[in-house]
Ligand binder design. Structure first.
Ligand code: SF4
Length: 189
C-alpha cells in the first residue's frame, strides 16, 4: 500500500479511458521486413493518445509469435486456420480478462485500434490471394502476385478479439490507424 499519489491526494488523477492498440504501432520492429515507415513506433499516434488522456494496452503481434521476425508477408486465408486462431485466443485471453476487469469497474474501453490491410490486425480491410507454397521460377509466382487483392473484412486476430469481447459482454468500437495520416485516428475518439 502507498499513501502517496492518488491514494494520499484529494484528486483522483486517472481518467479511466483506455484503448487497445496494435502491437506494431508502439513497436514497429514487429512488422514484416520492408513495411516499417518509422524507426521505432508511430510517435504521433502514441503521444496523441496519451495527450488525449487514453491509457494504452498493447495487443500482441500474433504473426511474430507464430512465425518469427523473419517471416514473409502473408494473406488472411493463409492465417485463417485452427492453430493460428487458437494462438490468437490464448494470447488475447489475459488482455480480454484485463479489459473485463476495467469495464466492470467503470473504466471506458474507448476503442480497439488496428492496422488496415494486415491479415491479422486489419479492421476495415485485409488482404487475400492465392498466396503460398514455393516462390521463384517454375512456381507460378506472377500468377500468385496477380491474385493478391484487398478483402473488405477484418484480419484474423481482430475477428477473434471481436468474438471474445462479445463473449464477455464488453462492447468496444474497432477502428484502424492510417499511418500516413496518424492524426485521423483521433477524429472519432
Ligand atoms: S500482425 Fe499486427 S501487430 Fe504484428 S506486425 Fe502485423 S499489423 Fe503489426
Amino acid at each position: 500500500m502507498r499513501l502517496t499519489g492518488e491514494a494520499g491526494g484529494v484528486i483522483l488523477k486517472r481518467n479511466k479511458k483506455i484503448v487497445l492498440l496494435a502491437h506494431c504501432i508502439l513497436n514497429v520492429n514487429a512488422k514484416v521486413y520492408g513495411l516499417a515507415t518509422v524507426p521505432a513506433g508511430c510517435k504521433q499516434i502514441v503521444t496523441g493518445l496519451l495527450s488525449s488522456g487514453f491509457g494504452i494496452i498493447q495487443l500482441p503481434c500474433v504473426e511474430q509469435s507464430c512465425f518469427g521476425i523473419n517471416r514473409w508477408g502473408q494473406v488472411k486465408n493463409q492465417l485463417n486456420f485452427p492453430g493460428f486462431r487458437s494462438k490468437c485466443r490464448s494470447l488475447l485471453k489475459p488482455i480480454v480478462e484485463q479489459v473485463l476487469d476495467f469495464s466492470e469497474n467503470g473504466y471506458e474501453i474507448a476503442a480497439v485500434i488496428g492496422v488496415d490491410g494486415s491479415p491479422t490486425c486489419g479492421v476495415n480491410y485485409t488482404c487475400t490471394g492465392n498466396w503460398g507454397g514455393e516462390i521463384g521460377e517454375g512456381f507460378e509466382l506472377p500468377a500468385k502476385i496477380a491474385s493478391l487483392d484487398i478483402l473488405n473484412e477484418a484480419g484474423v486476430m481482430m475477428d477473434i478479439l471481436q468474438e471474445m469481447l462479445l463473449e464477455t459482454g464488453v462492447s468496444v468500437r474497432f477502428i484502424a490507424v492510417d499511418e500516413s495520416n496518424p492524426e485521423a485516428c483521433f477524429l472519432n475518439l
